[in-house]
Design a protein around this ligand. Structure first.
Ligand code: PLP
Length: 507
């Protein structure tokens, strides 16, 4: 494909995407296909000879779309939102355009760097490879940090010791924080008790998170090779200080070394909030790294009326949320801040001592390779820049507020129907609800909802209860869609209850 054809095809593709998103409502939100459907539709091997763009293009509707779950349909109420906006899509196009060059530059120099890392000159020339990519990211994370009113220490500024980085996902951010905490703790314990080997210490380290925390936290501990324990949440599904204190005391008494606590703001099952103001001082006193996973809820903190949910962030070492969930920045864009960048760099730099006397990292000088697991990185801050400028803080606040309003609308509809109950406080854009009755009944209700494929929901467990989650997701969802969804659910419930009665089921 030459530039002329790219120009033409690019415009066609933009039209296709615009049509797709404009008319997404007309598509069935959940696909009809069976596992393995795609293999039967495409050849076993890559084509020997080139095919035309037309050949590929016509297969999008034939092969791909039948198997797509339409996450941006206003009838999609499953999981949490996956952000999408036109400014972000355009920025990602530009990222792709610049990215190929940027990526190979960084990557090949990276390998040369590893081979020749004794020659500092080489290293510095690789730093200058993508100044815009690095600098825009630092500044965007400062913008975003200010929008959330993060404490000054988390900002890079001109000479800050903290700062932000874009990770690919909240899972990666948690892992990076846990690994940094692990290294920091091992070094500290070794300096206090030189008789202990690294392996001795590793064997005693324990990480903690709520029993409501995302599975990625447990995975981070698994990958990090450390024990992980769940702290029991209270009857509002939040971890409070006394619960953490209790497990810590028990574990310390048995010779273990608590080193990491991941607090969740906006848990995945029901959007509950761990009590930062109680947990923070405990972690600080016990030398425990505190990380906040606010993957979904974090976006809401740009609204002054929700900012109090973040109170206590001042106690933490690292904080993360996903603009790619709720802030209209397409996947992938997970924003992470640390108070002390030296903690990350100390954990991930190949030769920390060797470079120390060349330059100390601070606000203006950032080498993001030492802040993350992969070497290469895309120009993801472009998406943030486009979205923050073209929506403005007000536009983004409106988006959040609309979603919260719609979730309360759904909550009210549920509350008016005596057959149903609300299972957790509705704070942001998620409503947890169920039919009063058995788990079997609720499983049957969810099955009938998802088999009808007019809307899409996923369930969760809250303690022993099987619960349906109604998450406001689409950028274009309106009150009419929410009303439709409720009427549909309520009608399916009526039919279900009738057949259960006829069949003599226990409700
Ligand atoms: C969605 C979610 C995650 C996972 O986010 P990724 O960016 O996909 O890794 C982690 N934690 C919480 C609380 C979530 O809701």
């Amino acid at each position: 494909m030459d530039p002329e054809e790219f120009r033409k095809r690019g415009k066609e593709m933009v039209d296709y995407v615009a049509d797709y998103l404009e008319k997404i409502e007309k598509r069935q939100v959940f696909p009809d296909v069976e596992p393995g459907y795609l293999r039967t539709l495409i050849p076993d091997c890559a084509p020997q000879d080139p095919e035309s763009f037309e050949d590929v293009f016509k297969d999008i509707e034939k092969i791909i779309m039948p198997g797509v779950t339409h996450w941006h349909s206003p009838y999609f109420f499953a999981y949490f939102p996956s952000a999408s906006s036109f400014p972000a899509l355009l920025a990602d196009m530009l990222c792709g355009g610049i990215g190929c060059v940027g990526f190979s530059w960084v990557c090949s120099l990276g390998y040369i760097y590893i081979a020749m890392r004794l020659f500092s000159l080489f290293f510095f020339s690789s730093q200058a490879a993508s100044p815009a990519c690095t600098e825009l990211e630092t500044v965007m994370l400062d913008w975003l940090g200010k929008m959330l009113s993060l404490p000054e220490e988390f900002l890079a500024g001109k000479d800050g010791q903290g700062g932000g980085v874009i990770q690919g996902s909240a899972s990666e951010a948690t892992l990076v924080a846990l690994l940094a905490a692990r290294t920091k703790t091992i070094r500290r314990v070794q300096s206090e008790k030189p008789e202990l080997t690294e392996a001795d210490i590793m064997g005693r380290l324990v990480a903690y998170a709520s029993d409501q925390a995302h599975s990625s936290v447990e995975r981070a501990a698994l990958i990090g090779g450390v024990k992980m324990k769940n702290v029991p949440s209270d009857d509002t599904f939040a971890v409070c200080g006394s619960a953490l204190k209790k497990v810590l005391d028990e574990d310390k008494a048995s010779g273990l070394i608590p080193f990491f606590f991941c607090a969740t703001l906006g848990t995945t099952p029901c959007c509950s909030f761990d009590k930062l103001l109680e947990l923070g001082p405990i972690c600080n006193n016990e030398n425990i790294w505190m990380h906040i996973d606010a993957a979904y809820a974090g976006s809401a903190f740009i609204c002054p009326e929700f900012r109090h949910l973040l109170n206590g962030v001042e106690f933490t070492d690292s904080f993360n949320f996903n603009p790619h969930k709720w802030l209209l920045v397409n996947f992938d864009c997970s924003a992470m801040w640390v108070k002390k960048r030296s903690d990350l760099i100390g954990a991930f730099k190949l030769e920390p001592l060797y470079l120390q006397h060349h330059h100390q990292e601070s606000g203006l000088v950032t080498d993001y390779r030492h802040w993350q697991i992969p070497l290469g990185r895309r120009f993801r801050s472009l998406k943030l820049w486009f979205v923050l400028r073209m929506y403005g803080v007000t536009g983004l606040q409106e988006h959040i507020r609309k979603h919260v309003r719609l979730s309360h609308q759904f909550e009210h509809l549920v509350l008016q129907d005596e057959r149903f109950e609300i299972c957790a406080e509705v704070v942001l854009g998620l409503v947890c609800f169920r039919l009063k009755g058995s788990n079997e009944l609720n499983k049957a209700l969810l099955k009938s909802i998802n088999e009808a494929k007019k809307i899409h929901l996923v369930p969760c467990h809250l303690r022993e209860k099987f619960v349906l989650r109604f998450a406001i997701c689409s950028r274009t969802v309106e009150s009419t869609h929410v009303k439709f969804a409720w009427q549909h659910i309520s009608q399916l419930a009526t039919e279900l209850l009738k057949t259960w009665e006829q069949n003599g089921h226990q409700q």
